[in-house]
Design a protein around this ligand. Structure first.
Ligand SMILES: CC(C)(COP(=O)(O)OP(=O)(O)OC[C@H]1O[C@@H](n2cnc3c(N)ncnc32)[C@H](O)[C@@H]1OP(=O)(O)O)[C@@H](O)C(=O)NCCC(=O)NCCS
Length: 152
């Protein structure tokens, strides 16, 4: 996927490559409190088709990590660099991932999101996800996760 903004700003969505690792870790660290670089290299080794980045002229501005669980696609994490949010980059990453899951013949996409992450919840709702449950004490700090799902 490729998007060209009016000011000539071009964003390309492509598969993650090991050279992106450091930039992905920077974005991950600024967004999430539970930071685990080891997961990401494992995702690359096991789910290279569903590990995507948004790139602009060599700079990684966001990433999305997906995997397959019990016949469903799962969004493990998605994040956009601060200062570049609200420009449609997260939406491009999410829709690209959903298209890949669809092409894999999966029936739906599931995810968990922090109860307090209002922006992300709105973002997912905007992309057709609906709340299907609640998982108590899901995160290590005791916060609940909302379970959301979208049919493909
Ligand atoms: C959630 C996230 C990935 C969305 O990416 P994004 O590039 O800002 O998303 P888009 O620009 O495609 O969509 C913006 C929509 O998301 C919501 N939104 C999320 N963050 C926003 C922000 N900082 N500014 C404006 N809108 C935001 C709004 O509902 C907005 O809808 P609108 O365009 O109708 O106003 C991004 O906010 C982010 O990286 N958050 C931190 C990490 C996180 O919480 N990830 C999700 C849990 S795994």
């Amino acid at each position: 996927m490729r998007a060209e903004y009016q000011d000539g700003f071009v964003i390309v969505i492509r598969r993650f490559q090991p050279l992106d690792f450091q930039q992905v870790m920077e974005i991950e660290e600024e967004a999430f409190s539970e930071h685990n670089p080891y997961f990401y290299m494992q995702f690359y080794e096991l789910n290279a088709d569903t590990f995507l980045v948004a790139e602009r002229g060599g700079n990684v501005l966001g990433f999305a990590v997906g995997l397959q669980v019990s016949g469903l696609g799962k969004v493990f994490s998605i994040s956009v660099r601060k200062g570049y949010r609200g420009m449609g980059i997260g939406g491009m990453l999410l829709e690209s991932l959903i298209r890949i899951f669809h092409n894999m013949g999966l029936a739906g996409v599931a995810l968990e999101v922090r109860d307090s992450n209002y922006r992300a919840r709105l973002f997912y709702e905007k992309h057709g996800f609906v709340r299907v449950g609640l998982c108590q004490n899901y995160y290590s700090d005791g916060e609940n996760a909302l379970l959301m799902r979208r049919v493909l």
